[in-house]
Design a protein around this ligand. Sequence first.
Ligand code: F0G
Length: 448
Amino acid sequence: MSEKETAYQKCINPDCGAEFDRGQPLFKCPECGELLDACYDWNRVEVPEKLSDFAKRWATRSNRLDFSGVWRFRELLNFCEDKYKISIGEGQTILQKNDSVAKYVDMKPGCLFLQYEGLNPSGSFKDNGMTAAFSHAIMVGATSCACASTGNTSASVALYAQSCGIKCTVFIGSGRIAFGKLSQAMDYGAQTIQILGDFDDCMKQVQSVCTELGLYLLNSLNPFRLEGQKTIMFRIIEALGWEVPDWIVVPGGNLGNSSAFGKAFFELKQLGLINKIPRLAIINATGADTLTDMVNNKKLAWNNGKVNQQIIDDFYADLTRRSFSPHTCASAIEISRPVNLKKCLRAIDVCKGVVRAVTDAEILDAKAVIGKYGLGCEPASAATIAGLKHLRTEGIIGSDERVACVLTGHPLKDPNVTVNYHKDKLGIFSNPPIEAPNDLDAIIKLIK
Ligand code: F0G
């Protein structure tokens, strides 16, 4: 690395710890192959004295960077100059107190909050990450980019690529992607390549394609993308009057969010901007529960960065031997080889995290409850409420603790799952349409 700048990249493996320039588009440590972090020399960053100082930006919302729910916290993700920053209005999301959903999970009124990330321009939390990653892509002069996706990443990448004038190719697994998401990638003009395989196959291929062709990679292996996702936590704290909740609950797929959230809290604590770190609950689907199995059964842990690689290698070798492909109605988190596994283990360590897996039936009922009483969400997002219900039953989360669940995607992302649940009466909250003859009296009799 040339003379050390304020922001740089660093390998997360403590035995390696190699550092690289922020201007190098990397997605793995060139020395040892491990994940990379975006790091800062905080002594050279003008960080506000207290988090509430960020509220000043509300008065200057005509500045597009102050309007962005990501860039209004820009001192905490200070890796590129303002002139490179792209924003299309991401992060205008809200934290809603929801007492009806709280009742469903046996929590006291006033304790449960839903962070609805479906309000983002492409309808999912991914836009928080893409505004950051695309700003980096512009900074390094990328002209062509790619990603693998279960759907939302591709929608977000396609939208931002089009806004930046960068050529874009997205890789999706065959038959696994929800219709709303597929429609977005095509509509935003991305070259969409459907591989005969699942997300994990796509993830592997896209890394090789990016290396061979020099394309800019936008999956959460990209350390700058995760910097943008940290701001979901900043907005939750902001909405709670700059207070930290007791728990954050998040679905676990490729484990980018959980990794970013852990990093966000670690840095805020290190900077003296918060005095306590919330606990993190990461929720898998039972049909794609690599993290749950490895952490709860195989006892895989961060262990100061000395992660037991043998456990991971044996686990994946077994998946290969069984030709295992994950399956869940929550297609967004249908992933069995999460690329951010080690960063997520670090987040679990920082946030005293817990991991659980929930069934598709539990996800679908929770989704219907969020639809009925909240703003709705896609299936993967509902894993949070299903997981919280488990953790309440187990007594791990108290009924009066303050909990924020991240609803990662919009309900219209996956209308098929919703329609089938209601029309085919798949759960206790099914609300199918009632057929009526074309006759006024008969219609009136049906109105409850
Ligand atoms: N929720 C939704 C709606 C998602 O789209 C994803 C991931 C997740 C949760 C899991 O988040 O990977 O940070 O643990 N979707 C990716 C995609 C994989 O390709 O759209 P994670």
